[in-house]
Design a protein around this ligand. Structure first.
Ligand code: AMP
Length: 212
């Protein structure tokens, strides 16, 4: 049975960094943003279809995004533990994931929100460099610690697009918060803390849920 947790939070809140930490401990890291960027880089038909959305910080339509997620889920070990990073981003996406979960007998054990002020998110994103190969993120230019690839700036990490993405999160984040609170699986994390402290906190939550 696939078991999964959902990491939600505005861009720059550190959910990708934590998901990478868990992927070192055997979890599968499913980042829809990374998957879309890979399609863009490889100029696939899907990449061409989503390019404008991703570059302008707009959400890719729900059904298209879910099709990408479903494809990915079909390809993994059906007993995997998965961290969802950046999916769902709308109530519709959450519902699609729920139906998939029921259909396949998978289980969502928690929706964890990384809470951070808009100012801190902006500061982090303006100083963010990422590895186009593995998705590693750093606040300094240089090379990826995992595979030595030169780190680059993301095309959507500019002031105008960041402001839009952060504003958009206010609305879809509230919707998701209500959705998962209602299911009794919502947990908030202070994303301003040191990454090690956050990992330790998350590990405790996951242990409590029998996930590690
Ligand atoms: P991220 O790397 O999570 O910041 O995502 C980068 C971009 O990919 C977003 O601004 C959207 O254009 C697109 N994207 C990623 N995940 C989703 C999603 N769940 N729904 C719609 N669009 C998404």
């Amino acid at each position: 049975m696939i078991q999964f947790v959902i990491f939600m939070g505005k861009p720059g809140s550190g959910k990708g960094t934590q998901a990478q930490y868990f992927s070192k401990h055997g979890w599968i890291h499913l980042s829809t943003g990374d998957l879309f960027r890979r399609h863009l880089a490889e100029k696939t038909p899907l990449g061409k279809q989503v390019q404008e959305f991703v570059e302008n910080g707009n959400l890719v339509p729900d059904e298209l995004t879910f099709a990408l997620v479903e494809d990915f889920l079909k390809s993994v070990d059906q007993n995997a533990n998965i961290v969802f990073d950046g999916y769902p981003r709308s109530k519709r996406q959450a519902e699609l994931l729920d139906s998939w979960s029921k259909k396949t007998g998978s289980k969502c054990l928690g929706a964890i929100e990384f809470c951070l002020s808009d100012e801190s998110a902006m500061e982090r994103l303006l100083n963010r460099y990422y590895c186009p190969v593995c998705g590693y993120v750093s606040n300094k230019p240089g090379f990826c610690v995992n595979d030595g690839t030169p780190l680059v700036k993301r095309i959507d990490d500019n002031v105008e697009v960041i402001q839009k993405r952060v504003r958009d999160y206010d609305s879809y984040g509230a919707e998701l918060r209500a959705y998962y609170r209602n299911k009794g699986i919502y947990v908030a994390v202070d994303a301003g803390k040191e990454p090690e402290e956050i990992s330790a906190f998350l590990e405790r939550i996951m242990l409590k849920n029998g996930l590690r």
